[in-house]
Design a protein around this ligand. Structure first.
Ligand code: SF4
Length: 224
């Protein structure tokens, strides 16, 4: 059976492969703002979906984080890597991540230890509305489905759900914004290591940007 998470990422592959070649791209702090805006929209849609349907993740559930292989694009881990770099924790966390055998190295005692900085995929865990060919379909976690069968049966009748953007609609602008090398989808620990490398090199070779980056990151984190 296809995992709902594999399905979530299946939409852009042909599009991206068909139209883009890899290129060396200048790393910019504006990227964080772009990512941040997309994440906020996803959070908003997730909450609206939950309110309209009555469906939400089960209390203290970390099933998705523990039992699915978590694959994400590299750019999704830039904000986390930058935050860790600026608090001098990047090297230590890279080491921990390298040694972790878990599906997600950021899961700690059934909780997400990077909740504010978690990638897009983690923002729609359990409840996803996706575009599949010409159809919009719901990609729901089986635990949520089994525990809320009445709500699930009524899903098709909730017209307001039509208004909500799908994961594909929200995520595609991000994939188009970042370069193909940065949109490479990898297991989360590898994606984090690549993001950490990029952040590390940015500060090693572009020290003059340090002050600007720190200032912009301060603005960015204050919005959380
Ligand atoms: S980053 Fe957080 S939410 Fe995402 S899989 Fe890991 S622990 Fe779960």
């Amino acid at each position: 059976m296809i995992s709902p998470f594999a399905l979530l990422y299946s939409y852009p592959v042909i599009f991206v492969e068909g139209y883009f070649v890899d290129f060396k791209r200048e790393f910019s702090m504006k990227d964080f703002n772009f990512l941040w805006q997309a994440w906020k929209k996803m959070d908003h849609n997730f909450q609206a979906f939950s309110q309209l349907t009555g469906l939400k993740c089960l209390k203290n559930c970390s099933h998705c984080c523990e039992h699915h292989e978590i694959h994400v694009p590299i750019f999704e881990l830039y904000p986390l890597a930058l935050k860790l770099y600026q608090s001098d924790q990047l090297a230590a966390v890279c080491e921990q991540v390298e040694q972790s055998m878990a599906n997600c190295p950021f899961l700690s005692e059934h909780q997400c230890s990077i909740y504010e900085w978690r990638p897009s995929l983690c923002r729609v865990f359990g409840l996803g509305k996706i575009q599949h060919k010409n159809q919009k379909i719901f990609s729901l976690c089986h635990l949520i489905k089994n525990n809320n069968q009445d709500c699930v049966k009524k899903l098709e009748q909730i017209e307001a759900l039509e208004e909500l953007e799908t994961f594909s609609q929200l995520h595609l602008p991000l994939l188009l914004h970042f370069s193909p090398a940065e949109t490479e989808v990898l297991p989360i620990h590898l994606a984090f290591q690549k993001a950490a490398e990029k952040i590390f090199l940015y500060f090693q070779f572009q020290r003059h940007n340090d002050e600007v980056a720190t200032k912009e990151m301060t603005v960015y984190t204050k919005r959380t």
